[in-house]
Design a protein around this ligand. Structure first.
Ligand SMILES: Nc1nc2c(ncn2[C@@H]2O[C@H](COP(=O)(O)OP(=O)(O)OP(=O)(O)O)[C@@H](O)[C@H]2O)c(=O)[nH]1
Ligand SMILES: [Mg+2]
Length: 426
């Protein structure tokens, strides 16, 4: 975004805010109306029950028996799904304005934007604050309003490396900037704009090469998404968030608990499943074969006409070859049982692990046939720049990013939004 656009965009943001506020008010009124209707129905129901009670006194004994039976059975019933509260519209503040401006700059229609989108962009910008602190603030100081100099490029090089952007990506960006600088005078603001574009090009390259800008399940087919990655990077949490996104977008979704190493893994998944009302296929027995769980899950998915089967796998270390073999076995089962399925192997990477995470990514990419990456924990790390290194050095399209532990803290990756948040000037 340039400053020249910003007045229009601010106006746009104010309009968007008013619209969302109105929409939220209407939703609240609607909810209140529904609540009143519910209460009225409840009252009628209570009166009906009172009458029934009198009539049913004769059958009291039998009824008690039935109730007892129901109570016993209810122990085996799953918990009712938890409803996730709608996101509240926050203040009309700098966060809102920035988020709305980022949406406006992408040509979004004012009627199409949602509170969730604004909320996410706010989270993303806030999440990348630590990365910016050690990078952008210095960068803006150094570039300032003055034209770029060869010295400021040296500083920029150091800053990019420090933000874990990686040597290859940094080289690429600095080379382009140097070339531009040789040809013309580049002002500070123009320099930032050029830098943003260069970073975006790096991130977009593997996405463009994949032929798929936005990863969504294909309707009418079984889509199987495997989540792989080392211990604790956020596979299970990410899967829970994906299940929510998917079921909320009306894809019939199912979860396969193929992490059979960790005893608590299935329970953890069931909690996520309940939150978004998605079933979990598991095998509770000790040392169950993960491939067998996937086998059962595919059967179930076919029977239920599932659109998206999400497979949670164990945290595996690249040094333990048997774990890699297991992943291969899971893939073989999928190929055999569901040859028409569209399979995505998504590597989950913890941004806070910086270059270390990148090493893992490289070794995973070698042994597992990966098709994309999901970057997690972008909130509160100073190493958000590693996303660029993933794109440049591992050549994987980033499909989703996570910035928080909540169910809504994951969104499809959007390079424009990411770069704007990474280089936001406040
Ligand atoms: N702050 C933050 N924490 C996250 C995010 N994603 C996951 N976590 C946390 O990271 C921790 C590990 O997450 P899990 O989802 O259990 O990781 P995992 O890869 O499944 O771990 P294993 O199954 O043990 O290999 C949990 O405490 C999560 O809440 C994120 O985007 N932001
Ligand atoms: Mg897990």
């Amino acid at each position: 975004m340039s400053n020249t656009d910003s007045d229009n965009s601010k106006e746009w943001a104010a309009q968007a805010y008013a619209l969302l506020k109105k929409r939220q008010e209407e939703q609240k009124q609607e909810l209140q109306k529904q609540e009143e209707q519910k209460q009225e129905l409840q009252k009628q129901e209570e009166q009906k029950q009172e009458l029934q009670k009198q009539e049913e006194q004769k059958q009291e004994l039998q009824k008690q028996e039935e109730q007892k039976q129901a109570l016993i059975n209810s122990n085996n019933l799953p918990e009712p799904p938890q409803t996730i509260p709608e996101t509240e519209l926050g203040e009309f503040d700098d966060n809102f304005t920035w988020s709305a401006m980022v949406l406006a700059a992408q040509g979004k229609n004012i009627n199409q934007i949602s509170i969730d989108e604004i909320d996410w962009l706010t989270k993303l910008r806030r999440g990348l604050e630590e990365t910016r602190k050690g990078f952008v603030t210095d960068l803006l100081d150094k570039l300032g309003d003055d034209p770029l100099t060869p010295e400021s490029l040296d500083d920029l090089e150091t800053l990019l490396i420090r933000a874990d952007v990686g040597i290859d990506s940094t080289d690429k960006v600095i080379r382009s900037l140097r070339k531009k600088l040789n040809e013309e005078v580049v002002g500070g603001e123009e320099g930032i704009k050029f830098l943003k574009n260069e970073l975006k090009l790096i991130i977009d390259k593997p996405i463009k090469n994949s032929g798929t800008d936005l990863l969504v399940p294909q309707k009418g087919k079984l889509n199987v998404w495997l989540l792989v990655g080392v211990n604790g990077v956020g596979k299970t949490t990410t899967l829970g968030k994906l299940a929510f996104l998917s079921s909320r977008s009306n894809y019939k979704t199912l979860i396969a608990a193929a992490d059979t190493f960790r005893a608590a893994a299935v329970e953890q998944l069931k909690v996520w499943g309940q939150r978004s009302n998605v079933d979990v296929i598991s095998n509770q027995s000790k040392n169950a074969d993960p491939a067998a769980v996937v086998f059962d899950a595919i059967n179930s998915a076919k029977k239920r006409n599932v659109d998206l089967l999400l497979v949670d796998t164990a945290g595996r270390l690249q040094t333990k070859n048997n774990l890699m073999d297991e992943l291969a076995k899971i893939k073989k089962i999928i190929d055999k049982k569901a040859p028409d399925a569209i399979v995505e192997s998504l590597l989950v990477l913890d941004a806070s692990q910086g270059q270390n995470g990148l090493k893992q990514a490289k070794s995973f990419a070698k042994s597992a046939n990966l098709s994309g990456a999901i970057i997690t924990k972008l909130d509160g790390t100073s190493r958000g720049g590693v996303s660029l290194a993933v794109s440049e050095e591992v050549n994987l399209p980033i499909r989703f990013i996570g910035a928080g532990e909540g169910i809504k803290d994951l969104r499809p990756f959007n390079s424009y939004e990411f770069v704007e948040a990474l280089l936001a000037d406040k």
